[in-house]
Design a protein around this ligand. Structure first.
Ligand code: MRU
Length: 399
C-alpha cells in the first residue's frame, strides 16, 4: 500500500509546480512581445515536428490564428481574442472599430464559450471608457485574463491531483495511476498549465507515479501531436493510442481515471468537448471508470441547459479528415491523401457528453457535481467572490 508521504499532501495543497517548459525554458503559449504591443504565439500547426513562434500585429492576425488553429483550446482562444481587441483598438479606438473587432473575432469558431466570455470581458472593460484610455485599459484586462487563466489552471491542478493521490493509495506500491485523456487540454490549450492535464502535472510533480493513455484524436491529432509533445517535455510517461482503443483498455482494467477538457459546460452539467469524448464517457460508464472534466469557470455557459440541442457544433473543412500531415523519414513535413478521390467526408469538431456520464467537474474552486443545483450554487459562489473583488475596487464585478 503506497503511504501518503508529506510531499504528496503538500503538493496537492498547492506547492509551487514549475511553469511549463520547452527544452527547459519556461514558456507560455501567448506573450506580449518586447515592443509592448504585438503578440507572440507558439504556432501549434507545426508541432510536434517543428517548434516555431509567430507574431500577431493586427486583429486580423489574431482572428486568423484562432480560425486556422495556430492557437486552439478554449482558454487560449479566449486569451488570443482578448489581445485581438487590443490590437484593433491600437489602430482605431472608436465604438465602431470595437464592434467590428468583436464580431470578427467572435465569428472565428462557434463552440468554445471562452471566446465570447473573453470578448464580453474586454467589452465591459473598455466600452464606457474615454476613447484615449481604451488601449491601456484593454491591454490591462487582457493581461489580467491571462494571469487569471494561469491561476485557475493551477487551482484545477491542485483540486484534481487528489483524484490520482486517492487512486494511488489503493494501488500496489509504485504502480502507476493509469489516466486516459482525449484531445489536448494541457498547457498548449491554455496560457499555462492546462486544465485536464494540470492535475497530472501536479500529481506527478508531487511524487505520484502516473502513466497517460493519449488518444491520438483524429482528425487533427491534438493528442498524438500536442498532448504527447507536452507530456514529453515535462517527462510524464505516456502512450499514444488510436481513438478506438480506450474502451478495450477500460474493459481490461487498464484505465483508472479519464480526464478531459471542455469547450462548454451547460447549466445542467452537459459537457461539450472534442469529437470522440462522448464515446469515451460511454465506455467509462460501462466499465465503472471515473470520468472527470477540467472545467474552468469561464468555460461554463449558464445561458444554455441542454447541450445536445443548444451548443453550436463546429464543422471544419473535409481536408482535415481526407488528408494527414506528418514528417517523412528525411525530415520533410508532408501532407498525404487518405481517402479515395470523390469520397464525401464530414468533419464535426466537437460532441456533447450528457451530465449523467460525468463523474465531476474539476473547477478552480473544487470538484463540482455536473448538475443544475450544484452548478447554480457554484455560480453564486463565484458571483459572491467577484462582488467581493469589485467592492475592493480592482475591476468591474459580474455583469
Ligand atoms: O479544436 P480544439 O483543438 O480547439 O479543441 C480543443 C478541445 O476540445 C479541448 O479539450 C478544450 O478546448 C479544452 S482546452 C483546455
Amino acid at each position: 500500500m503506497q503511504s501518503h508521504t508529506a510531499t504528496l499532501c503538500v503538493c496537492t495543497k498547492g506547492r509551487y509546480v514549475s511553469p511549463m517548459k520547452v527544452n527547459g525554458k519556461p514558456t507560455r503559449t501567448i506573450w506580449l512581445e518586447p515592443d509592448g504591443w504585438s503578440l507572440g504565439i507558439i504556432d501549434q500547426t507545426l508541432l510536434p515536428h517543428r517548434f516555431a513562434t509567430a507574431r500577431l500585429t493586427s486583429v486580423e492576425d489574431a482572428a486568423h490564428a484562432i480560425a486556422s488553429m495556430q492557437v486552439r483550446g478554449a482558454p487560449l482562444i479566449g486569451a488570443t481574442a482578448a489581445y485581438g481587441i487590443c490590437l484593433a483598438l491600437r489602430v482605431d479606438a472608436s465604438d465602431a472599430a470595437l464592434e467590428r473587432a468583436y464580431e470578427l473575432l467572435l465569428a472565428t469558431r462557434p463552440t468554445a464559450i471562452n471566446l465570447k466570455w473573453a470578448l464580453d470581458e474586454m467589452l465591459a472593460a473598455v466600452r464606457n471608457r474615454p476613447r484615449g484610455e481604451r488601449v491601456g485599459d484593454a491591454y490591462r484586462r487582457a493581461a489580467e485574463i491571462c494571469e487569471e487563466d494561469v491561476a485557475i489552471n493551477r487551482a484545477i491542478g491542485r483540486h484534481g491531483a487528489k483524484l490520482s493521490v486517492d487512486i494511488a493509495a489503493k494501488k500496489e506500491q509504485g504502480a502507476a495511476v493509469q489516466v486516459l485523456t482525449h484531445c489536448n487540454a494541457g498547457w498548449l490549450a491554455t496560457v499555462d498549465f492546462g486544465t485536464a492535464l494540470a492535475p497530472i502535472y501536479v500529481a506527478r510533480d508531487g511524487g505520484v507515479a502516473v502513466h497517460v493513455w493519449v488518444d491520438e484524436t483524429r482528425p487533427r491529432n491534438q493528442g498524438a501531436a500536442l498532448t504527447a509533445w507536452e507530456l514529453g517535455q515535462h517527462g510524464v510517461a505516456h502512450t499514444v493510442i488510436p481513438d478506438n482503443t480506450g474502451g478495450h483498455l477500460m474493459q481490461h482494467g487498464m484505465v483508472d481515471l479519464v480526464l478531459v477538457g471542455t469547450d462548454r459546460v451547460t447549466a445542467n452539467g452537459d459537457v461539450c468537448n472534442k469529437i470522440g469524448t462522448y464515446l469515451k464517457a460511454l465506455a467509462a460508464k460501462d466499465n465503472g471508470v471515473p470520468f472527470y472534466v477540467g472545467a474552468p469557470s469561464p468555460s461554463i455557459d449558464f445561458a444554455v441547459s441542454d447541450g445536445p440541442s443548444e451548443i453550436p457544433i463546429e464543422q471544419r473543412g473535409g481536408a482535415e479528415v481526407a488528408t494527414m500531415t506528418g514528417r517523412t523519414a528525411d525530415g520533410r513535413i508532408e501532407t498525404v491523401q487518405l481517402v479515395p478521390d470523390g469520397s464525401q467526408v464530414a468533419n464535426y469538431a466537437f460532441d456533447v457528453t450528457p451530465a449523467r456520464l460525468v463523474s465531476g467537474l474539476v473547477t478552480e474552486h473544487g470538484i463540482v457535481a455536473p448538475e443544475r443545483t450544484a452548478l447554480a450554487r457554484f455560480r453564486s459562489g463565484i458571483r459572491h467572490q467577484l462582488s467581493g473583488i469589485s467592492n475592493r475596487g480592482s475591476r468591474s464585478g459580474d455583469q
